[in-house]
Design a protein around this ligand. Structure first.
Ligand SMILES: C[S@@+](CC[C@H](N)C(=O)[O-])C[C@H]1O[C@@H](n2cnc3c(N)ncnc32)[C@H](O)[C@@H]1O
Length: 273
C-alpha cells in the first residue's frame, strides 16, 4: 500500500466520483487538445475540431502524455480517444482500480499504463510530450514546498519541447467555498459541505453519503474531507519560470490569456519547456 496518509478517494467515493463528478473534464479537454495542436503546429480539419476533438487525430499516435493525478482516468480515456499514448498516475489505489476496470482494452493494447504512485516523488525514468494535472488536483497539496516537489518531478519527466497544463482554484474561488449541496440519485445520495478557513488559507469539503452495493438493496456509507490549499498565482508562476521558458495563464472555458488571474475563481496554467 502506497503512503496515502489521509486515506482519501477510498473505494466508495471513487465510484461516486466517477459517476457524478463528470463535467469538469468535458470542459477542459477541448482546451488541452487545442493547446497541443497549436504547440506542435498541427493543422487538423475544422470538422474534427468542431466535434470537440473526440475523434482520433492520426498525428497524436506518436505522442506520449502523462496524466498526473489521473483519478478514475476520465481525461486519460479522452486523450486515448484522440490518439495519444497515455500513462496515468494517482495516489489512490481505489481511483486507479476504477480507471483500470473502465480501460481494459487500452491497457491490453499497451496504449494506457496506470500506476499507483505519489506525484511528489514518482520516478518513471521516462519523458513525455505533455503532462496534465486536472480538476483541483494541485490544490490538494499541502504547501508551496509540496507544489515545488511536483513541479520538479514534472520537469524531470518532460521532453525538451514539452507542455505542462494544469488548473488551479484561486484564492477568490476558495474564499467563497462556503456551500451545502445535496444530490440524490437512484443508486446514491450524498451531500457536500464546503468551508473556507481563513487562518489556514484552505478550503475543506466534507462529502458524506451512501452508495447502493451492486446487485443489492443495501447501501454503504462513506465520508471524506478534501482539502484545497490556496497558492498565490504569482508565486506559482514564479516557481514555474525557474524551469520553463514560457508560462501562460488562461481562463478555463475558452483558454484565452488572462491579465489578472486572481480575479477569476479558477485558472489554467500552460508551461512550455
Ligand atoms: C479531484 S481528483 C482529480 C482526478 C482527475 N485528474 C480528474 O480530473 O478527474 C484528485 C486526484 O488527485 C489524487 N491525488 C491526491 N494527492 C495525490 C498525490 N500526492 N499524488 C498522486 N495523486 C494524488 C487523488 O487520489 C485524486 O484521484
Amino acid at each position: 500500500m502506497k503512503d496515502n496518509p489521509t486515506n482519501l478517494y477510498g473505494d466508495i467515493f471513487s465510484k461516486i466520483f466517477n459517476l457524478y463528478w463528470t463535467d469538469f473534464i468535458d470542459i477542459i479537454h477541448p482546451g488541452i487538445i487545442k493547446c497541443f495542436l497549436d504547440h506542435k503546429q498541427i493543422t487538423v480539419d475544422e470538422v474534427i475540431t468542431k466535434r470537440e476533438y473526440i475523434d482520433n487525430i492520426g498525428e497524436f499516435e506518436k505522442y506520449n502524455v502523462l496524466d498526473l493525478f489521473c483519478g478514475t482516468g476520465r481525461l486519460s480515456r479522452k486523450l486515448l480517444n484522440s490518439g495519444f499514448n497515455v500513462t496515468g498516475i494517482d495516489l489512490s489505489e481505489s481511483m486507479i482500480s476504477v480507471a483500470k476496470q473502465l480501460s481494459n482494452d487500452q491497457i491490453t493494447n499497451n496504449k494506457l499504463k496506470l500506476i499507483v504512485d505519489d506525484a511528489r516523488t514518482f520516478q518513471l525514468g521516462l519523458t513525455f510530450d505533455m503532462i496534465v494535472a486536472t480538476f483541483d488536483s494541485l490544490n490538494h497539496l499541502n504547501s508551496i514546498e509540496e507544489l515545488e516537489m511536483v513541479f520538479d518531478q514534472v520537469s524531470d519527466h518532460i521532453n525538451s519541447n514539452g507542455l505542462f497544463i494544469f488548473d488551479l482554484n484561486t484564492a477568490r474561488g476558495l474564499k467563497y467555498w462556503d456551500f451545502i449541496d445535496v444530490e440524490d440519485y437512484d443508486d446514491a445520495t450524498f451531500f457536500q459541505y464546503g468551508k473556507y478557513v481563513a487562518k489556514e488559507k484552505r478550503a475543506y469539503t466534507r462529502v458524506t453519503g451512501f452508495l447502493r452495493k451492486e446487485g443489492s438493496e443495501l447501501y454503504e456509507k462513506f465520508s471524506e474531507v478534501m482539502t484545497n490549499t490556496i497558492f498565490p498565482i504569482a508565486d506559482v508562476i514564479h516557481l514555474l519560470e525557474k524551469k520553463w521558458s514560457k508560462v501562460i495563464c488562461v481562463d478555463l472555458g475558452k483558454f484565452e490569456p488572462v491579465d489578472d488571474p486572481e480575479k477569476l475563481d479558477r485558472i489554467v496554467l500552460i508551461a512550455h519547456k
